[in-house]
Design a protein around this ligand. Structure first.
Ligand SMILES: *Cc1c(COP(=O)(O)O)cnc(C)c1O
Length: 232
């Protein structure tokens, strides 16, 4: 097997082991392969060994890869997970299946208005700043319910759940804390009547912690594609 196939198999084993330890069905945890900074050929290679969902952070890079790999549609699924400026929403609304990083109403309204009528509503997650870091994107937990209700009312979006990128932490217990807080917020929004089914949490370093706390999508880059090189 190639390194990529080995890496994907190892990530699937990590998910399965964590799910079993948590008493969860491994099939309830979906793997999003985060391909940012890696070339379209690497995405194609991962697709060839069965991976279907890919995450991208940067608009131009995402659009270029989506175009290069247009022959893999509609089976390939594209998720936008990076910061989104309002002047870049149209191409994203037209080209991707999911946006995980919606954190303000203006962006959500533009995505809804710009989602083409012939496509299904755009799946979105609300990004929550669960660690309360000043520099990170994401809505404050205290503001999430009001924003989620507003987004849920937009006609061309399907609000699916919550996403967060906690501060890196060492050790399972420390890693679980922010995920547990996001899960509690998720339960609160569901209790309010929002039909959410997605918790987008967990990266290469904290996949197990996220699965223990209820992740339904884990976003894995390094453990699949290797270390990123931002120099070019
Ligand atoms: C880059 C990135 C990931 C993947 O991180 P790894 O540590 O490489 O697995 C996941 N989510 C977001 C939002 C990212 O930007």
């Amino acid at each position: 097997m190639s390194d990529l196939a080995d890496n994907l198999a190892a990530v699937h084993r990590r998910i399965a082991r964590a799910a079993e330890a948590a008493g969860r069905d491994p099939a309830s945890v979906h793997l999003l392969a985060v391909s940012k900074t890696f070339p379209a050929e690497d995405v194609r290679a991962a697709y060839a060994v069965g991976q279907r969902a890919f995450g991208e952070n940067y608009v131009q890079e995402a659009l270029a890869k989506i175009e290069t790999l247009a022959d893999l549609r509609p089976k390939i699924e594209w998720h936008f997970i990076g910061p989104l400026q309002s002047n870049k929403t149209r191409a994203i609304a037209e080209q991707v299946d999911w946006v995980h990083s919606v954190d303000r109403l203006k962006i959500a309204q533009r995505l809804s208005e710009q989602r083409p009528a012939h496509l299904r509503p755009l799946n979105v997650c609300l990004q929550v700043n669960i660690s309360g870091e000043a520099t990170k994107s994401g809505v404050a937990p205290a503001d999430a319910l009001v924003l989620a209700r507003e987004i849920a009312g937009l006609p061309r979006l399907a609000l699916r759940g919550l996403m967060s990128i906690p501060e890196p932490a060492e050790g399972l217990d420390a890693q679980r804390m922010p995920h547990r807080a996001l899960r509690a917020l998720f339960d609160e929004l569901r209790a309010d009547g929002l039909p959410l089914d997605t918790l987008s949490i967990g990266m290469s370093g904290d996949l197990e912690a996220a699965v223990f706390e209820g992740a339904t999508i884990v976003r894995i880059g390094t453990a699949i594609f290797g270390a990123r090189d931002y120099s070019h």
